[in-house]
Design a protein around this ligand. Sequence first.
Ligand SMILES: [Zn+2]
Ligand SMILES: [Zn+2]
Length: 122
Amino acid sequence: MVMTKKRKEILEIIEKSNKPLTAEEIYKVNKLKPNFSTIYRTLNFLESKNLIKSVSFENGPKYFYSTNKHYHFLYCIKCGNIEIFDKCTATQLEEFVEEKFDFQIIDHVFYFKGLCKNCQEG
Ligand SMILES: [Zn+2]
Ligand SMILES: [Zn+2]
């Protein structure tokens, strides 16, 4: 795999971030200032190599994060805001699924959808 300067820069931005980032956010902090389609192509490449993963909610943008991180999400259906938490209690459920369906689980994406604090008021 060829890790060009552009790929490395984008991977570093994602790995250093403490939250998932959209392509637009990555674009804003990218010092090499590639064009937008380069960012998208690079993100697709990194994801195909399993160096990053992504998640999207409803019709919202994709959020990219490091394969080394494990996040769960709270997605607000009203304002589209996302919050993350890393407390994972899926082990029991995974064991159940693996046994019941003879399915080998490698990862899971988990999110709650609802209303954030701001959107509950008023
Ligand atoms: Zn909200
Ligand atoms: Zn989990």
